[in-house]
Design a protein around this ligand. Structure first.
Ligand SMILES: C[S@@+](CC[C@H](N)C(=O)[O-])C[C@H]1O[C@@H](n2cnc3c(N)ncnc32)[C@H](O)[C@@H]1O
Length: 203
């Protein structure tokens, strides 16, 4: 029987799917991927976590994943993307970085049985779907993503050089943001996330 390691659990939960190439043109923005953006988008609000496990959803070529691994240097980071070709490039970019692992997974259908994360990053993808009110973003997808986070863990959501971080505790708590108080209250993304996730309570 296979050992109960994180890698074995991930392998049991996910599969490589080279046919998973749908919808990508809507998300790709080459100018948005420069190194340093994880820190910049969350502007000093990143919580301290050691020996954590992070998920970078929609990681594309793995640049954000590698930066997260650099920031949280004692942690593991799993990068997922629905595009197999991007995952192949991410693996090659990561070379032998043992902190990172890349998997072809569509967040709409992802499930991580037996694994929960200290932090889940969604950078430069769902933000745009929400703020442009594109119909493809489903509340169920956001609820699913949120369910991957352990209690006390964080949801990192960013786009357009701005970020919002929530802490998942007994309820949804705003941890930090680059938006001003006024911008925040009227922001599509903030409203969508609080309406979708705010009703959930954890005892
Ligand atoms: C603009 S790129 C952002 C890459 C990286 N997060 C960054 O900020 O540099 C958006 C990525 O999200 C991925 N993506 C969008 N929807 C996804 C989904 N449902 N599941 C997995 N990946 C998704 C796309 O394939 C694309 O590679």
């Amino acid at each position: 029987m296979a050992e109960n390691t994180l890698d074995n659990k991930l392998d049991a939960n996910t599969s490589e799917n080279p046919l998973s190439i749908e919808h990508g043109r809507y998300y790709w923005n080459p100018s948005g991927t420069e190194y340093g953006r994880v820190k910049k988008d969350f502007n000093g609000h990143l919580p301290k976590i050691t020996n954590g496990l992070f998920l970078d959803i929609g990681c594309s070529f793995g640049l954000t994943t590698l930066e997260i691994a650099d920031i949280y240097s004692a942690s593991r980071v799993i990068g997922i993307d629905r595009f197999y070709n991007r995952i192949k490039i991410a693996r090659s970019n990561a070379q032998n970085n043992e902190q990172c692992k890349f998997l072809t997974v569509d967040a709409n259908f992802a499930c991580f049985e037996d694994i929960s994360f200290d932090g889940v990053f969604c950078m430069n993808n769902f933000w745009y779907l929400i703020s442009k009110k594109r119909s493809r973003i489903q509340k169920g997808t956001i609820e699913r993503i949120y369910s991957f986070i352990k209690r006390g863990g964080y949801l990192f959501f960013s786009g357009s050089n701005n970020g919002i971080i929530f802490r998942k505790d007994t309820a949804l708590n705003l941890w930090g943001t680059t938006l001003s108080e006024d911008q925040l209250q009227n922001h599509q993304v903030y409203k969508f996330l609080t309406e979708t996730l705010g009703k959930q309570q954890y005892s």
